[in-house]
Unconditional design. Structure first.
Length: 263
């Protein structure tokens, strides 16, 4: 922020200019965070309402179509169509569940969690998709990492989203590097891929609900906004750096359990 004012001498004559340079990056960042939080709160309320309403008819469709499937002879060609309906109802309920997760606040129980274990467990869930996509993993996990206060399940959801996004960004394979460390009372996790990267103009939109560059049916645009909500719930932070054509790095930070923090 630059302000310029005339510098006036005793006789009222102008003797120069007073130039004030104020670095307001921190304020701008805080304002951006507030806007993001407000957006998520109002969307959360809307999402919870819609998700509840949609869940019931969806469960009915899902039940009936599975009943219908059982009534058809095993070799009936209509099974193909029914399979498609079943698959799509599962997908729809996955989206609804994501929305519900997104709007849920404070329901999870927080305990001392070791982020190295959460990373390891999440990696075990993606072994198969990573193998198929030829994604290699390089782990640099700090031994004796102090615990953070949180919900292992929800944190696992965050890592799962980040890992699957990294896989999607490396269509012809690549390297996913995961690093954990502890610095100044914070546990850091850095997740770096060698994928396509994120264009500069998209960087500030990736945490927005429903922002996706993936084709319909593949992306919902909820992964990162849900993750953002979970990280905030844990008094944590997430930053992203990306170089198009080279890769992307997400850096997460959580306060060590037991340390006083200002949320
Ligand atoms: P979705 O994965 O359903 O699109 P997300 O909220 O998880 O929703 O991600 C939003 C968008 O952010 C993605 O569509 C993609 O454009 C971008 N993105 C997220 N992670 C990465 C990554 N590791 N590399 C490149 N782009 C990414």
């Amino acid at each position: 922020n630059v302000s310029i004012a005339p510098l006036v001498g005793k006789a009222g004559e102008r003797i120069g200019r007073l130039i004030l340079l104020d670095d307001i990056s921190q304020r701008v960042r805080l304002e951006e965070q507030m806007v993001q939080t407000e957006k998520l709160t109002s969307l959360g309320l809307l999402a919870a309402g819609v998700a509840h309403e949609v869940n019931t008819p969806l469960a009915v469709i899902s039940n009936y179509i599975q009943m219908l499937a059982r009534q058809l002879p095993a070799d009936d060609p209509r099974h193909q169509i029914i399979d498609k309906v079943v698959k799509q109802t599962f997908r729809a309920s996955e989206i609804v569940n994501n929305l519900l997760n997104f709007s849920r606040t404070g329901a999870a129980e927080f305990t001392a969690v070791n982020l190295n274990s959460v990373v390891e467990e999440t990696l075990s869930l993606v072994t198969h998709p990573f193998k198929t996509a030829r994604v290699n993993v390089l782990k640099t996990l700090q031994t004796q990492l102090p615990p953070v206060l949180g919900s292992a399940n929800r944190l696992q959801q965050v890592f799962l989203n980040l890992f699957m996004n990294a896989r999607d960004a490396m269509p012809s394979g690549g390297m996913l590097e995961i690093r954990t460390a502890c610095n100044n009372g914070y546990v850091e996790v850095e997740i770096t891929d060698t994928g396509t990267g994120i264009p500069r103009e998209n960087l500030h939109r990736i945490f927005d609900p429903f922002f996706t560059t993936k084709s319909t049916g593949r992306g919902t645009g909820l992964g990162l906004s849900v993750s953002y909500g979970i990280i905030k719930e844990h008094a944590g932070k997430i930053d992203v750096r990306s170089t198009p054509g080279k890769g992307t790095s997400f850096r997460l930070e959580f306060p060590v359990a037991g340390k006083a923090v200002n949320v």
